[in-house]
Each structure stands twice: as C-alpha cells, then as structure tokens.
Design a protein around this ligand. Structure first.
Ligand SMILES: Cc1ncc(COP(=O)(O)O)c(C=O)c1O
Ligand SMILES: N[C@@H](CCCC[NH3+])C(=O)O
Length: 439
C-alpha cells in the first residue's frame, strides 16, 4: 500500500499515523473509525497556496467542504488561509458555528432553497454562485426585500468533458449544473442578471468534474471561459473580474492511479489564462480554485476490525469487516478502488488474494475486490487508505449501522473530533405515536 502523509511502519510492525499507533487508536476508540492526518491536510493546503502564489498570485484557494465537513476542518482550513465552498444550509451552518470568516465563503448548489439563500444573506457570505434563472430571480427578490445588492458568480458549463467516471463529470452541456456556454443559455442568463437591481455579477464559475488527472482539460476550460468573458464584454459591456475554475484534481488512491502535481496544475492554469487574456486583450481575472478531494483525500483512512472470513473454493475469499458501504459508498457508486494494509502486521508481504466486504445486507457492499494482502485473521485491524474525501461526508446509516467517528492525529496526539454514533443516536430523533406505544 502507498504510505500517504505521515504513515510509517514502526519497529513493532505496526502502522503509525501522525506518530500514533493505529492499533492503539482502534483499542481506545473502537472500529470502524475514520482517522485524519492533520499534517497531511495542512501540507495539501500549503501545496495549493504555494503553487498559486508562485504562478498566479491574483488567486484564492477555497476548500470544497462537501469532501469532508466538520467544525475542526473549518478551523484548520482557516488557519491555512483557504476560503470555503459550501453547498447547503447545513454546510453553511457548520462553517458559521466554527466562526469561519463569512467573506471567504462561497455558496454553491443547483437548487438552493429560499431559506438557504436568506440564511446566506443574513450571514453576509462572500459570494453566491447562481446556478440557473430560477435562482437568479429568487435571489434578486430576496435581496430586494432586504434592500441589498448581492455579489454573485454565474455557474456555466463550458462543454468540456473531463476524463473521469460519468457520474462525476459536470462540465458538459448535458448537466444538471449551470447554464451552457455553447448553447447560448449562459449569455441569456447574464443578460438577464445585469438587468436585475439587486444582483451584481462579479464573474463566472465552472467545475468540470472530479478525480481528474488530465490537466489539459483545465486549460481547455480556461480557454472556453475566457472566450465567454470576452463575449460578455462585447455583448453586455460587462467586464467580469472573477473566474472560479472549481475543483476536480485527482488523487492517487492506488498504484494504478497517476499522481497530480499541484504546481503543474497551477502552471497550466496560469499559462492558459495569461496567454488567452493577452490574445483577447482583457485584464487578468482573479482566479478561484476549489479543491476538495486533493486536500482531504490522502489525509483520511478508515480502520476496521476483521470478522468472518469465508473461502469459496476456487472462486474467492471474502474477508468481512465491521463497516462497509454505509461508511464508504464510493466502491458501490463509482466502482472506486482502494488499497489496504493490516495495521497490526504492517511489515508482512502479501500472501493471498482476498476481497474485503462490509457487513450490510447487500451484495454490492464491497470495499475492495481482489486485493493481495498478508494472511488475514479475525481480529486484525485493517486500514483502508485515502478515504478522507467523500467517505464520512457520504456516510449513511444503512442497516442501522451507527456512523463511525473521526479522530485527528498529529505529533503523537489523538483527538476525537466527531464522536462515533451510538444505538441511542439511531433512535434519538424518533417519536412513536401515542396510540402505538407499548405499556
Ligand atoms: C462546485 C464544486 N466545486 C468543487 C468541488 C470539489 O471537487 P473535488 O473534490 O473533485 O476537488 C466540487 C465537487 O466535485 C464541486 O461540485
Ligand atoms: N462524491 C464524489 C464526487 C462528487 C463531488 C461533488 N461534485 C466522489 O466521491 O468521488
């Protein structure tokens, strides 16, 4: 397995993260459990900041909190000088509870409710990224009632197809997000927006997809977006000053994946912008990038205890762990692949091919198909790496499994930042109608 961040194998053949022995964490906090490597989160934030400071200083990096949201994460993100992308009232609430600076919050989403928009205006957040005409009118009327002029970006689809799983492509014209540049809808939306009294269009936003390795796709998106900035200037006499290029940088989940160099990404984006702006004779825009996965993905792992082991002769050996698709739905949803290591036998060489399955009543509840590992035994602690992004944030309670908690490790210290759910939590929101109550 690739050892990400501060992972190390100690002299007792135990895996350590942030100087903490994984088996000890399992003993103290139980399994399944998510472990976050604080140094790796901070290093990933710094990689973006340093790369953009070098290649395109007129920029801002904001963390896409849908990848993993918590108040602790907000505090780390703020300390590292990044802004925040939220996509719901819930994410916004979490950010506000964590005292995240409101002017550095961007509000995304293709169907924000009136209540969510009201909440965002009440908080005074930095930018609302308007997705469609319905939202444009809604926001304008809410802002009007409040007697405010709200700064917005318009989400557009540049028609660039990123090479990634079809479920996580978002830049093509046939998408539920944004308005198309190629079919003229984006221009129509902007023409409409500039005539609304309570909105001020500051720029455009696109997000072409997620887990992308081909950096050229970002260069292509820049070209299309800046051509559109030029069109808007000519047609509407509006010079848009902000270009939000979304997130989407891929991470190396397994040996088969490529590695993306953040500096290379910053360089490609900045070269594309500078060349295009020079060609069009337009001023350099402020650039915003919105990484999620590449900030938190490699910093997170999930630990499980191995339970039943079932060998089907000549077919497959299933090794079951005490979590599964409720804490990591990505294999079922996107056929996502992961690596794993036995934390208590971290120095052993692979010995057999097994498939790691969860404990749900669902055949698709698989974490890893056909992985080579040392011989597994019941009671072993298995660590699946790179689960930091879209793991906890997409977790659910299928089969009434309580959601695992999250611990933060750093410099030999383990801190519980989200406690594991209990059985009591599972029924806490329920109310049995009086007539059905037992005596
Ligand atoms: C609007 C927007 N910005 C940023 C992101 C973050 O993407 P990623 O986690 O791939 O960096 C997403 C999710 O894909 C998104 O929808
Ligand atoms: N949740 C997805 C990515 C979608 C990101 C949101 N636009 C994943 O796990 O890969």
């Amino acid at each position: 397995m690739i050892l990400h961040g501060t992972m190390e194998i100690n002299e007792k053949a135990n895996l350590e993260i942030g100087g903490c022995e994984v088996t000890k964490i399992a003993e103290e906090y139980g399994t399944p459990l998510y472990i976050l490597d604080e140094k790796e989160i901070r290093d990933n934030c710094r990689a973006y900041r340093q790369a953009f400071e070098e290649w395109y200083p007129k920029s801002e990096t904001i963390y896409a909190s849908k990848a993993f949201m918590s108040m602790t994460m907000c505090r780390i993100i703020e300390e590292e000088g990044l802004g925040l992308d939220v996509v719901s009232g819930g994410e916004l609430h979490t950010a506000l509870e964590a005292n995240f600076p409101v002017n550095k919050i961007y509000f995304h989403g293709n169907n924000k409710t009136p209540e969510e928009l009201e909440m965002a205006l009440e908080a005074g957040i930095g930018r609302i990224v308007v997705d469609n005409n319905y939202e444009l009118d809604l926001l304008n009327s809410i802002a009007g009632e409040r007697d405010e002029v709200v700064d917005i970006l318009i989400r557009v689809t540049p028609g660039v197809e990123a090479h990634t799983h079809s479920y996580i492509q978002t830049g093509q014209t046939d998408s539920k997000f944004g308005v198309g540049i190629q079919n003229g809808l984006a221009l129509e939306t902007i023409k409409r927006a500039v005539n609304l009294d309570n909105l001020s269009v500051k720029g455009i936003h696109c997000h072409i997809g997620s887990q992308i390795f081909n950096l050229e796709s970002f260069g292509l998106a820049v070209d299309v977006m800046l051509d559109f900035v030029e069109t808007v200037k000519d047609e509407v006499d509006l010079v848009m000053e902000e270009l939000n290029l979304g997130g989407g940088i891929g991470i190396k989940y397994t040996e088969e994946d490529l590695t993306v160099d953040i500096e290379e990404y910053a360089k490609i984006v900045s070269n594309a912008i500078e060349e295009k702006c020079e060609e069009l004779g337009i001023p350099l825009p402020k650039v915003i990038n919105e990484p999620g996965r590449s900030i938190i993905g490699t910093a997170g792992s999930t630990i499980y205890t191995v339970g039943s082991i079932k060998a089907i002769p000549d077919i497959r050996k299933y090794v079951a762990v005490d979590g599964g698709m409720p804490d990591n739905i990505r294999p079922a949803l996107y056929e996502a692949e992961y690596e794993a290591i036995i934390a208590n036998k971290a120095d052993q060489s692979p010995d057999e091919v097994v498939s790691i399955t969860g404990k749900c009543c669902e055949s698709g509840d698989m974490l890893i198909w056909d992985i080579e590992l040392p011989k597994l035994e019941s009671g072993d602690i298995l660590l699946v790496s790179c689960t930091g992004a879209y793991g906890y944030s997409m977790a659910n309670n299928y089969n009434s499994l309580p959601k695992p908690g999250v611990v933060l490790v750093n410099d030999g210290q383990v801190e519980e930042v989200i406690r594991s759910e209990t059985y009591e939590d599972l029924v806490a929101k329920e109310e049995i109608p009086k007539r059905l109550k037992s005596n």
